[in-house]
Design a protein around this ligand. Sequence first.
Ligand SMILES: Cc1ncc(COP(=O)(O)O)c(C=O)c1O
Length: 482
Amino acid sequence: MDGGDEPAFVRIARGIADDVRRGRFRAGDALPGTRPLATTLGVSRNTVVAAYRELVAEGWAVTRRGGGTFVAEGLPDPPPRRIRGAVRPVEMASAAAFPLHGDASEPPDPPETPRGTLVMAGGVPDVRLVPVLDLARALRRVLTGKAARGVLGYGDPRGDARLRAAVADLVRERRGIAARPENVLIVRGSQMALELVARAVLPGGRAIAVEAIGYRPAWTAFARAGARVVPIPIDRDGLDVDALAAVVRREPIAAVYVTPHHHYPTTVTLGAGRRLALLGLARRASFAVIEDDYDHELHYEGRPVLPLASADVHGSVVYVGTLSKVVAPGLRLGYVVAPEPVIERLARERFVLDRQGDHVAERAVAEMLEDGTVARHVRRMRSVYALRRDLLVAELGRAFGGRIDVRAPPGGMALWARVDLAPHLVAVWERRAAREGVVFAAGERFVFDGGAVPFARFGFASLDERELREAVRRLARAFPRS
Ligand SMILES: Cc1ncc(COP(=O)(O)O)c(C=O)c1O
């Protein structure tokens, strides 16, 4: 029962305090007698007496000589009043008076777009469909239940024990990874996982191989940790493992970063032969495979392909997952699954950076994993997103004819399409489209050296059918004539 763990007198006191806040009781009003109120509420008189004591202690009520409890003059927590002239802040300096180190060339994506803009740049979920009431109830249960004291204090930098256990169950049962809770580190999204792995594995100018068309935030984390980032070509079967082997013959690498399930951003799946070859190469050359499985569940054709980590008996793979796609990116919840010594090492890095995560949110989401709420949401989203994917493929086909070669990807949240334009014109189209009120991503954004390519990426998950149709109309208006 919601709030059932709260003692009755606390609930009664809260209810009366709310009535005061809303103006149902005014300053100086007498509160009802303890006896009649106890009868009305069906509680003992002592409970009402305890509630009144609580209200007095909190400053909501006062007792007067001669008996009776009255609403206090003035609320105990009035909003802070601005005292004119009391504090004179100096003007904030517009520049730093000391040198700032490091490369600031990559600002985060612009957080805001003009109202009405349809954003299909990222493969992001439709947060309008997040089961927020279930989430709110879970958070409330955690905060008002017996667990509250545990999760509100300092805790384990590896994450809330219940969430670690729930993630271990999830990846063992659904993804074939033989994980125990000791193999799990909860992080604030995959980005933190990549940063921690970079700190633990890559310092001192060591090399990491990455997909030459891929996920720039990962490359940035690796480069900032001091690594040399080496691009490896990809083709329709994903990472070219022969090309990686050739690099490894020339120079040692500390790790490779891959997105084998749905390659980011092209959505192709790493072929079976290449998976085995990659694991064999990693074992022989002693490098780590950082497997980013960012949208495992969002697979629309048949069953998801099992991760590399499920076939890793030698301890080469550091598996990274996230709840950003299946629940919400704003929750900042992700996880690493790896051999225990790796988890311990990453936990030490985590402690320095962040001490620990948000154990309140972690416990709430653990409950939602345990009781099936997340699984139900994922099932629902899979069918919603599959429809949106098909609709966008059809609409682009209708609006552009042969100018866009688009196929429905087997999974993920975005389409990767070849565009019949000179490569440099795709970025021109991107800019014109933004002025028309629709944001998509030109392919060059994902290319290691930034070279123009005749491809573009269109997210379909976060827009509903009406919005997708409108987005395609705007895309068509912005399309360069060439
Ligand atoms: C390749 C890749 N990895 C990971 C993520 C998720 O990042 P996070 O868990 O930090 O939200 C994304 C999200 O866009 C992604 O595209």
